[in-house]
Each structure stands twice: as structure tokens, then as C-alpha cells.
Design a binder for this molecule. Sequence first.
Ligand SMILES: *Cc1c(COP(=O)(O)O)cnc(C)c1O
Length: 220
Amino acid sequence: MGSIAEHLTEYSTKLGDRVKLIAVSKLQPNTAIQEAYAAGQRSFGENYVQELCDKRELLPTDIEWHFIGHLQSNKVKYIAPFVSYIHGIDSLSLLEKINQAAVKHDRKIRCLLQLHVATEETKHGLSPEEALELASDPSIKSMSNIAVCGVMGMASFTSDRELIRKEFKEIKRTFDQLKPLFGPEFKEISMGMSSDWDIALEEGSTMVRIGSAIFGERKK
Ligand SMILES: *Cc1c(COP(=O)(O)O)cnc(C)c1O
């Protein structure tokens, strides 16, 4: 059991500099985030709007915040002033909302399309077909203040590593199909968590979202 700083060093060594480490700090106290920040970590992931807003008020302003949870349209306005990336895009109307809010704050928000490839029904996201349909909608081109910069996905909650690999391959395959519909900004594949980041890396991940392996178990 190492410290937060030791875990971060361990992961930056394992990941190298081509893959971005997002430290998932949901349900962790600000002291834990400050410890990671002091060790040089700048990208953090949060799942809940209220918690994110509360934290960001008290923490350094140069943190790059990633919203990785399920985002309701009516809550976009709370995070739009400062969020860097929103990973869970699952509809055109959500993208529209985010663009409008970003225009209002005169900033650009990076968005990732969430793909549903896992066997669980509860996981949010678009099927590969739905993602292609969304990406083909001409209205996206007119959304000036968002950049659709890639995809995000979660594998099934299982110890079957071959199933996880199959699902990550599906995410990568869908990314490759979507890429020609976007510009050069479309380059991120956000996949891999504490238990499966190594498989994700082998299958082409560019961003891993790691929580408990850095911070320890979350308080429920
Ligand atoms: C909580 C969460 C993570 C991090 O999970 P760990 O197993 O703690 O690494 C990553 N991605 C999403 C979308 C999450 O909700």
C-alpha cells in the first residue's frame, strides 16, 4: 500500500507520455486531490455535478477537470464555466446544450462520445450504429464552441479478460469508423480503469481513468 504520490509515479511510468492519466477523484476528499496535485497531477475526473462544483471552488485553478459521469442537460450550466472535457456524450441534444453554454462563457469544451459496448444494460452510451448516426448529423459542424475529440467507453464488470479485450476492440473499431467524420481533433480513446487499464492500453487507449488504484477505496 503506497502513498498517492507513489501510485501516481508508478502509473506515469507504466503509461509513458503518450497516454493521459486522469485521476478519478469522485467521492474522495479534497486533501487526497491536493496530495495528488502536489505530486504534479493536473487532470482529475469527477462523476457528480454538485461534488465537482464544490471541489473546484476550493482547489487550484489550473486543474484540468474531466466530467466522466452521466450528465443531465439541465446541469450543463453548472460545469460549463470551467470543465475541460465531458466524456459522457450520449445524444445530439446534450451536445447542443453544451455548445450553447460554452458560447455563453466564450470557451471551448472538448466532448467525447460515450459508447455502450458492455453486456450490462445499466451502462449509458450509444451503440456503434447510434454513434455513427449522431456523428453524421450536419448540425454538429455548426456547433462552434465544442470539439468532439473522441470516444469513451467502459468494459463489462467481469473478471473475463478476453471479454474486456473484445469490448475495447469494439470501442477502437468504432473510433476508427467515426474518425473520418471529424477533423484532426478527433483523436482520443478514453478507456481503461483501475482493473483493466493494461488491456485498454494494448487496445489503443489514449486516456485512462483511474480512481481506486491511486486513491484507495471510495467511501460509498
Ligand atoms: C469511477 C469511474 C472510474 C474509475 O474507477 P476505478 O475502478 O476506481 O479506477 C473510471 N471511469 C468512470 C466512468 C467511473 O465512473
